[in-house]
Design a protein around this ligand. Structure first.
Ligand code: GDP
Ligand code: MN
Length: 396
């Protein structure tokens, strides 16, 4: 589950990580009163107005602006709230901004040495360990740093049996070129950050930039936080942080009816039972030159009602030009699934306008194939995996 920057910062702060203070606002008026409440660390009475959307690169897209007066807080918030913000990480049409974070300006004016670092904590899936990834090249596009100067990206892998060790936090501070007070502050920052990552059951923290001010404060200026959904039952208080308006509506609907659906950008709708088979199906579609429109695991009970729900979800995506149903009948019998497909199809009347290719394998596959072939519907049956993918290509 992805969070907004302001929510991520609240979690960080609750674990003792130093963050740029801010207050979320849903209107220009709220933004002004938020600005009045914030302390003025830099002595300028400046604030930064930051669009809250689930995407990074907001600075580049015009979603992060410095306000030098309360009037500017008002006018910039007014401008940003309601805008369609386009960044390198949003869909091409951008994302609508519903709220802004009004934050204290933490960059001292005239400071020739504000230093921006990159720090993230994430799970390294190859080693199965959490890792801290960090770089002196913060504030900018970390993907570009990884591409052009990979030697400037460092990592510390953490043994979960022992947790973050003191020497590892000191390694981070050392490799970032810090000394004296800044070194101590960075060690504190990293220690608290890792405690927060484990304590909140997060799967990603990306803090870019982490700012070192000229008086050696270390502060999280940005926060991209992803929580592990499977651990949310341990954090009832985080459940309400979910912002459904940021999520794909079909994915939200699928979750409500207990289906595991992930929207993708291709044109072949997929209905599969089992996550592994669903992944293999998407691979096969790709290999035969197509592109999947979604991942959908219908699970063990592919009866008519469930198949219909699945068809309706898949067809919400206007890009879908054909649907591939790939079901392995191990526990569930293929003929029952086939009957479910035929019933669902008939029940939906003319809602289905795209060809459907059905591959059923396993128990009673032959009966199932006959059922489909005799149905008189625009449903093609296939026996082999490749044959199914081939028929999809021909149907497009
Ligand atoms: P992102 O573009 O979505 O990653 O948003 P960030 O929160 O990282 O903000 C983008 C950039 O705005 C940062 O890299 C900073 O350089 C700048 N910025 C953020 N907060 C402040 C602030 O308090 N004062 C000033 N002057 N600049 C800021
Ligand atoms: Mn950032």
């Amino acid at each position: 589950m992805n969070l907004h920057e302001y929510q991520g910062k609240e979690i960080l702060s609750s674990f003792g990580v130093a963050v740029q203070n801010g207050i979320v606002a849903h209107s220009a008026e709220e933004a002004v009163s938020a600005a009045q409440k914030l302390t003025d660390t830099t002595g300028t009475s400046w604030h930064v107005i930051k669009a809250q959307i689930h995407a990074g690169g907001r600075g580049k897209g015009g979603g992060v602006k410095l306000a030098k007066s309360l009037d500017e807080v008002q006018s910039l918030s007014d401008q940003i709230i309601g805008m369609q913000l386009i960044t390198p990480q949003t869909p091409p049409e951008g994302k609508k901004v519903n709220k802004v974070l009004v934050a204290e300006d933490v960059y001292y004016p005239g400071d020739s040495e504000p230093k921006e670092f990159y720090v993230s904590v994430l799970l390294n899936r190859s080693s199965g360990k959490n890792m801290i990834m960090y770089s002196t090249e913060g504030g900018m596009d970390i993907e570009a740093v990884a591409e052009n100067t990979p030697e400037l990206i460092f990592t510390e892998e953490i043994d979960s049996a022992h947790g973050l060790q003191g020497f590892q936090a000191r390694n981070v501070a050392f490799n970032l070129g810090l000394s004296g007070l800044a070194f101590k502050e960075m060690v504190k920052f990293i220690t608290a950050l890792y405690r927060a990552y484990v304590g909140a059951d997060a799967s990603l923290f990306e803090i870019n930039p982490v700012l070192k001010t000229s008086d050696d404060k270390i502060i999280a200026v940005d926060a991209k936080v992803t929580l592990d959904e499977n651990a949310l039952f341990r954090h009832k208080e985080y459940a309400e942080l979910r912002d459904l308006s940021e999520e794909n509506p079909t994915e939200v609907e699928a979750r409500e009816v207990g289906l595991n659906y992930v929207a993708l950008d291709g044109n072949v709708g997929c209905m599969v039972n089992g996550a592994g088979l669903a992944m293999a199906t998407m691979d096969l579609i790709k290999q035969s030159g197509g592109s999947p429109a979604n991942f959908l695991d219908v699970g063990g009970t592919a009866d008519a009602a469930r198949v219909e729900t699945a068809f309706r979800l898949i067809l919400k995506d206007p890009k879908v030009a054909a649907i591939l149903v790939n079901i392995f009948g191990g526990i569930v019998r293929c003929d029952r699934v086939a009957q479910g497909i035929v019933d669902a199809y008939r029940n939906m009347g003319d809602a289905i306008k795209v060809p459907i290719i059905v591959r059923l394998q396993g128990t009673n596959a032959d009966i199932a194939k006959k059922l489909i072939d005799d149905s008189g519907l625009n449903v093609l049956s296939a026996t082999a995996f490749e044959e199914a993918a081939q028929k999809v290509q021909e149907a497009l």
